[in-house]
Ligand binder design. Structure first.
Ligand code: EPU
Length: 417
């Protein structure tokens, strides 16, 4: 198993580029199942979750060709409308094929995901929505079987809580349903809007994506399309914290500043200098920081996917920061590892109380999930001495070559087997 060995203490300087968004690319890849014509996607990040989704699509019947960050897909027919447990257990986003499969072939068999390191994460709302669209659902032997032999029909789906992939799954189901579907209390994340852009290029009729009410007029068929994925706002945010925590001067390029509004505002409140120096560049300059409380929220609020990284930052700010996690019930696994590096963090249910500024020191730590691993890398960049992070396969799920990107701006980080 790979490990990262990081020697802290270097201020990061220079330019660091952003990849395409993992969480926008995953539903976009699944959307290719909705048409028998070719779909070409650009700026697909080379990360493990994307490879998992590609394997799943090939099993389902998609012919797939990868050329750098461009992926060409062609699904003349669905040969096996199934997402097996072996893949779903390694990546929950596999459930994104549920909607497209029922819409295209009238049938899907998808493994229930089971537990997850950051929370229970059920998919009951995906199932509820499909039922509203007329699918018959049967649950047995750890699988969900959905059937709509005569096709889906439009309906109003009121989500009782906001779900990102649930909104995406239902949007993909509704584009080929008969009549009008209205998704209420829909997720407003940029990744949802990006998926709607792709589907619209494929001939879907969607209004309101990016707001909490999405209206979809079903069409008989979709055509092929070509689309470029939006920048990864979570990767960009992670790099901004890397610049701030090391007291560096870092320009994060090829990002979308508009998607980082509440996050950047929080950094600025903490005294971090963040300026937009070009339409797709944010420059961060570190200095003395003060603690600022933060509560995670659905977009446009502060993203849960940057909570762990923000916690690492707050260990280096003066004062006490109360961090409240509202999206996932168990997303504080990084706190104990940060504490092993010298951070003063107390957990109280969904709250973490971080007292700074405490000098961090290198230690052996274990990555427990994707974003938790990123927070350990950030802490290690500022820690005195050497940190060894075990199980970095978690970070490889969502960050492409993070060690070489960080090394290029001065970090002392290497991967060892
Ligand atoms: N929820 C339900 N029932 C459902 C669906 C969700 O109760 O049917 C609950 C979840 O348990 C959770 C909350 O609703 O407590 C929000 O979950 P959501 O469905 O929005 O999460 P997701 O769609 O599974 C996506 C991202 C996550 C990100 C969350 C929240 C993708 C592929 N994944 O997950 O990304 O944290 O939205 O923004 O888009 C990551 O990249 O590290 C990551 C975990």
């Amino acid at each position: 198993m790979d490990k990262f060995v990081i020697t802290g203490g270097t201020a990061l300087q220079g330019e660091i580029p952003t990849n395409g968004s993992k969480n926008a690319a995953l539903p976009a890849l699944a959307a290719a199942l909705l048409t028998e014509e070719p779909v070409t996607l650009h700026r697909i990040p080379t990360v493990r979750d994307i490879r998992t989704m590609q394997r799943l699509l090939v099993d389902i019947g998609c012919q797939l060709e990868v050329d750098g960050q461009t992926v060409r897909m062609h699904t003349p027919a669905i040969t096996s409308p199934e997402a097996p447990y072996e893949l779903v257990k390694t990546m929950r986003a596999s459930s994104l094929v549920l909607g497209p499969l029922v819409a295209r072939s009238g049938r899907a068999r998808v493994s229930l995901p089971g537990g997850c390191a950051i929370g229970a994460r059920p998919i009951n709302l995906h199932i509820f929505g499909l039922e509203q669209l007329g699918a018959r659902i049967n649950q047995a032997y750890g699988y969900i079987e959905a059937e709509a032999p005569d096709g889906l029909r439009g309906a109003t789906v009121q989500f009782d809580r906001i779900t990102v992939t649930g909104t995406e799954d239902l949007m993909m189901a509704a584009v080929l349903a008969k009549g009008e579907t209205v998704l209420k209390n829909a997720a407003r994340e940029p990744e949802v809007a990006d998926l709607a852009d792709l589907l619209t290029k494929m001939g879907a009729r969607i209004e309101g994506a990016g707001t909490s009410t999405i209206t979809i007029q079903g069409v008989d068929r979709l055509r092929g399309a070509e689309h470029t994925i939006i920048p990864d706002r979570i990767e960009a945010g992670t790099f901004l914290i890397a610049g701030a925590i090391t007291g560096g001067d870092l320009s994060v390029t090829e990002c979308c500043p508009d998607h980082l509004g509440s996050f950047v505002s929080k950094l600025q409140q903490a005294g971090v200098e963040v300026t937009q120096t070009a339409p797709t560049t944010l420059r961060v300059r570190g200095g003395n920081m003060r603690s600022v409380d933060m509560t995670t929220e659905e977009y446009p609020g502060f993203p849960t996917d940057l909570q762990a990284q923000y916690m690492a930052l707050m260990t280096q700010a003066d004062g006490i920061a109360i961090i409240v996690e509202t999206i996932f019930e168990n997303r504080f696994m990084h706190a104990q590892e940060l504490a092993r590096m010298g951070a003063n963090i107390r957990l109280d249910g969904r709250q973490a109380i971080v007292a700074g500024k405490h000098e961090l020191t290198g230690a052996g730590v274990i990555a427990s999930d994707l974003r938790a691993s990123a927070s350990l890398v950030l802490a290690a960049l500022v820690a005195k001495g050497e940190t060894v992070i075990d199980r970095v396969y978690h970070i490889d799920r969502g960050y492409e070559k993070i060690e070489s990107k960080l090394a290029q701006v001065g970090a002392r980080i290497r991967r060892v087997d």
